[in-house]
Ligand binder design. Structure first.
Ligand code: UDP
Length: 317
């Protein structure tokens, strides 16, 4: 019987990190999850308690990481990731994207492991090219409130390519577009949990600006499948993973009201500074090199996400 491979997932108690951990365990990996629980929550991994293939270490990856034993894959997913989180945690966001990326790259180099960094569509900033292709260099305000996240991730990409070129490390970069699903934090400020939470609790849906800005929402299982395929590929340049189904924020609010049957009103609030006006991934590259494209329909994805938040609200009532 072949020995199980070991993957390290930073941010394992977060939304994406916990789904990635589940996916890897189901594929037969051993997983070591690291998280400092700043925005992650052990609730997301409590179902793994007692799983002999899973170890959790509470650790801040901006500090040196020491792990005994072999490691085959390192996934660096630790970071505050919602605009409200990184506005409230600017230094931590900058540190985990820079120092945390350096430490996790160092770990991968030491273990001769494959390294995959969770980058973001925010590297394109408020994009002047639409939809966004990987060859677009972006339109980021480095000193605006979102700069702490955008520039940390841009630095992380540069650092990753540095290790690839200088040390021959096997690295991958995924640019993640808006993703949703169970285990998002109700209060993380992102539009999916915000609108679903508001609709379910009979509160007004807070549309920022005139709601004409667009986003494209990918269901979490599709995203994780694309990321795993990327980790197994020989491709080292950035790859967009997301769902190209674009809609305005106002259309999204209306869909949530229709889906939940909520009688909530829509109220308009000021648009946050530097809020991108459009966002839609061009996934031509992912389709070609990974033979991947999203499969879960918006209705299916929203239905399981609403079910999750209903249960969460009932448990926390
Ligand atoms: N948004 C909104 N109301 C909210 C939260 C967000 O209208 O309560 C808007 C936000 O201004 C942005 C879009 O929804 O245009 C997506 O925001 P989110 O925070 O989910 O992530 P982003 O895509 O901006 O990183």
């Amino acid at each position: 019987m072949s020995k199980k491979k070991t993957a390290v997932v930073t941010g394992a108690a977060g939304f994406l990190g916990s789904h990635l951990t589940d996916y890897l365990l189901a594929k037969g990996y051993k997983v070591i999850g690291l998280d400092n629980l700043l925005t992650g929550n052990v609730r997301n991994i409590e179902h793994l308690a007692g799983n002999a293939d899973f170890d959790f270490i509470k650790h801040d990856v901006t500090h040196f990481i020491y792990l005994p034993g072999p490691v085959d894959l390192v996934f660096h997913f630790a970071s505050p990731a919602s605009p409200i989180d990184y506005l409230q945690l600017p230094i931590q966001t900058l540190k985990v994207g820079s120092l945390g990326t350096h430490n996790t790259l160092g770990l991968a180099k030491e273990k001769k492991a494959t390294f995959l960094i969770a980058s973001t569509s925010e590297t394109y900033g408020d994009p002047l090219v639409h939809p966004q292709t990987e060859s677009y260099w972006g339109n980021v305000n480095p000193v605006g409130p979102r700069g702490v996240y955008d520039e940390a991730k841009r630095f992380a990409e540069a650092m990753t390519m540095g290790y690839h070129r200088a040390h021959g490390l096997d690295t991958k970069i995924v640019r993640i577009f808006n993703t949703y699903g169970p285990r998002m934090r109700l209060e993380d400020g992102r539009v999916v949990p915000a609108f679903i939470g508001q609709a379910l609790q009979g509160q007004p849906l807070t549309v920022f600006g005139d709601g004409g800005q667009t986003r494209s929402f990918c269901y979490v299982s599709d995203l994780i499948e694309g990321i795993y395929r990327l980790s197994q590929s020989n491709y080292h340049e950035p790859v967009n993973i997301g769902n190209p189904g674009e809609m305005t924020v106002l259309q999204f609010a209306q869909k949530i009201l229709n889906y939940t049957g909520s009688k909530s009103q829509i109220v308009f609030k000021p648009l946050p500074e530097d809020d991108p006006k459009v966002r839609q991934p061009d996934i031509t590259l992912a389709k070609r090199i990974l033979e991947w494209e999203p499969k879960v329909t918006f209705e299916e994805g929203i239905s399981s996400t609403v079910a999750y938040f209903k249960e969460f609200l009932a448990l926390n009532a």
